[in-house]
Design a protein around this ligand. Structure first.
Ligand SMILES: *Cc1c(COP(=O)(O)O)cnc(C)c1O
Length: 350
């Protein structure tokens, strides 16, 4: 077998959800963000594991993502859509019983006219300038919107991963000014906001990345393990080069392992001559360019070369890879490819 094995620990995802849930007051509900196929880990298995752990409100980015989610969850749990009610979404919202987070006066009008009495929430822009009604728009329509009985009022923090950033209290103040006294359940915090403390929790939180074991939830249990088969070993003499573009030249005789995964599997080319794989506790530097299906690594120092090397494991998580290439764990996770054999452990049966 020559495909990598991506192991996903559903018990760790459930444990991370519970840990984030325990950080808030018992009266605060903890939702679960499962957009982008549960951050690349498989919405079906992940959502079932989260529902079993106790999550009752789920969030996706766009209505189409809710098809697989509703199939996994069955009727009952709330499925919320961040992009709101777009033209063409009405059938899905009705048939799958979705709760759109309405982002504009247009969406509000579309929803109330096409599906009167159907649940909805409202997204407010407290300063991020990405989605949601701005304070002046909200002022104009708040009375009408509130009389239609929204399920929740939400907003999103731009800098929650930086606890001391002045944007956090500024957005909190704007959100409070827009929502105090409405009596409607409120939600401001994703993972970062949960960690900011009780002022930011309100009635519902919406963690995503923390469930999947990455920053800013430093105490998260790791969730993914990625192990890649070694398909060939060769001795490279001093002076020879390895891979496309001759970008690495051996300074001394080197044992090179060729491993079966590449940028087509979401392993960014930015790891060329930069990252490392692991043989148990020993790091093995990546030599030359990451190609579409293959990576070449230095295993000269190993007494015995194992059949597989780890890209993600106990010594190197998604945040470590992200740091090496200048991105964030979110991007490393959501890029994980579809050629790996995926093995789930824990959680309810498939
Ligand atoms: C993605 C997203 C979340 C979850 O954010 P994390 O940082 O992954 O916890 C919550 N709310 C909104 C509006 C989002 O877009």
């Amino acid at each position: 077998m020559s495909s990598g094995i991506l192991s996903i620990d559903l018990d760790a995802i459930a444990a991370n959800w519970r840990a984030l849930d325990r950080m808030t007051d018992p009266a605060t509900q903890t939702g679960a963000v499962v957009k982008a196929d549960a951050y690349g880990l498989g919405i079906d298995r992940v959502a079932k594991a989260l529902a079993k752990a106790g999550a009752r409100r789920f969030f996706v980015a766009v209505a189409e993502e809710a098809v697989a989610l509703r199939r996994a969850l069955g009727p009952g749990p709330q499925v919320c859509v961040f992009s709101g009610h777009m033209a063409g979404d009405t059938g899905l919202i009705r048939d799958l019983d979705l709760t759109p987070m309405l982002n504009s006066i247009d969406q509000l009008t579309r929803h109330l006219e096409s599906l009167p009495g159907h649940p909805f929430g409202i997204q407010l822009d407290s300063g991020m300038n990405r989605l949601g009604l701005e304070p002046l728009e909200w002022q104009a329509v708040a009375e009408l919107a509130l009389s239609a009985g929204p399920e929740m009022l939400i907003s999103h923090l731009a800098c929650a991963d930086e606890p001391d950033h002045p944007m956090n209290p500024r957005q909190l103040e704007v959100f409070r000014a827009m929502t105090d006294g409405t009596g409607v359940p409120r939600s401001l915090s994703a993972t970062g906001g949960v960690l900011l403390g009780p002022d930011y929790h309100f009635e519902l939180t919406r963690p995503g990345i923390g469930l999947y074991g990455a920053r800013p939830f430093a105490k998260a249990r790791p969730v993914v393990h990625l192990t890649l088969p070694v398909i060939q070993l060769r001795d490279v003499d001093a002076g020879e080069t390895v891979g496309y573009g001759n970008s690495w030249t051996a300074e001394r005789d080197t044992v090179v392992a060729t491993v079966a995964a590449g940028y087509a599997d979401g392993i960014t080319r930015h790891l060329s001559n930069a990252g490392q794989l692991w043989a148990g506790d020993s790091p093995c530097p990546i030599l030359g360019r990451v190609s579409m299906d293959l990576i070449t690594v230095d295993v000269s120092h190993l007494a015995e070369v194992p059949a597989t090397l780890d890209l993600l494991g106990p010594h190197q998580g998604v945040d470590d890879i992200a740091d090496t290439v200048g991105t964030i764990g979110y991007e490393v996770l959501t890029n994980l490819g579809h050629r790996y054999l995926r093995r789930y452990s824990g959680g309810p049966a498939a």
